[in-house]
Design a binder for this molecule. Structure first.
Ligand SMILES: CC(=O)SCCNC(=O)CCNC(=O)[C@H](O)C(C)(C)COP(=O)(O)OP(=O)(O)OC[C@H]1O[C@@H](n2cnc3c(N)ncnc32)[C@H](O)[C@@H]1OP(=O)(O)O
Ligand SMILES: N[C@@H](CO)C(=O)O
Length: 253
């Protein structure tokens, strides 16, 4: 416990260029004061004392503007700078040496029960006003930009910014939000569409040609000429029958 308190105290000088001396840090850093209250409340919470831990947390919030549920788990050397408006939920876990600025919420989405608050790895920076919501895992050395809303797991060594939070740096390398290597190739798409269209037109032309060649097939030609022949023959028969009939009529037969 003592080493944790020492780390909570010392880290302020390392992390805050504005920190001048011991007195200033002890009396003018609400983050440190809230953590001191939390450490007592958390100990009482863990030994199963009812009500008092919540009361301590409530008094701490009144004095510092920082609300840390006694059930939260907070590592050593955590620095809550400025602090006003910070809310850390009951099942949140904050790894060692996190730096948390004012207005940060480590909260639930309102849709989960049980473990419903985030888990932050070690050495995480959460910028002013950022909201980290839900039972998500934020890896070590992650930096969350001021004003971000993080709703999904973040791997270690990343920088996340925006709403919803998106990774802009991963292990020191810039992440292209447009992922240019995965962009759709519009020219290739147009060419593909044209090739497809040409294939369809070719098939249609082929079908027309087939139809034409079928209509000119020898069988059809033969059939057509036979039909013509039959028609011609039947016309001739009609004429012949008519002539015979006229002859018979003329002969009075
Ligand atoms: C009184 C007081 O001072 S209170 C203290 C308040 N300060 C804070 O809360 C600090 C919080 N820190 C931040 O938000 C910082 O910008 C960090 C931690 C995100 C910077 O992390 P880095 O890994 O160094 O990222 P870097 O600065 O290179 O920015 C990366 C990209 O994210 C953008 N970016 C950085 N911060 C933010 C943000 N909060 N919101 C949106 N975009 C951001 C940058 O513009 C940059 O975009 P680009 O690549 O298109 O140029
Ligand atoms: N306390 C930090 C952020 O405000 C600084 O002075 O830079």
């Amino acid at each position: 416990m003592l080493s944790t308190l020492r780390a909570d105290f010392r880290i302020i000088f390392e992390r805050d260029p504005a920190a001048r001396n011991l007195l200033e840090v002890l009396f003018c850093y609400p983050g440190l004061q809230a953590l001191l209250f939390y450490r007592v409340a958390n100990w009482l919470h863990l030994v199963g004392m009812p009500f008092i831990p919540r009361l301590i947390s409530h008094i701490a919030r009144f004095l510092t503007g920082i609300e840390i549920h006694p059930g939260a788990t907070i590592g050593q050397g955590v620095f809550i700078d400025h602090g006003m408006g910070v809310v850390i939920g009951e099942t949140a876990i904050v790894g060692d040496y996190a730096l948390i600025y004012q207005g940060v919420t480590l909260g639930g989405t309102g849709k989960e029960s049980g473990k419903r608050h985030p888990t932050l790895g070690e050495n995480v920076v959460v910028g002013a006003g950022a909201k980290v919501l839900g039972n998500i895992q934020v890896g070590n050395n992650v930096r969350i930009g001021a004003g971000s809303v993080v709703l999904r797991d973040v791997p270690s060594n990343c920088t996340v910014v925006g709403i919803p939070g998106r990774i802009v740096y991963r292990s020191g390398a810039k992440v292209d939000p447009l992922e240019h290597n995965n962009l759709p190739d519009s020219e290739a798409q147009v060419i593909r569409a044209l090739v497809d269209r040409i294939e369809v037109l070719e098939l249609q032309i082929q079908a027309l040609q087939d139809k034409q060649s079928v209509s000119k097939s020898p069988a059809l030609v033969a059939a057509t000429s036979l039909e013509e022949q039959i028609s011609h023959d039947s016309q001739w028969c009609n004429l012949r029958d008519k002539a015979i009939q006229e002859f018979l009529d003329g002969a009075g037969i």
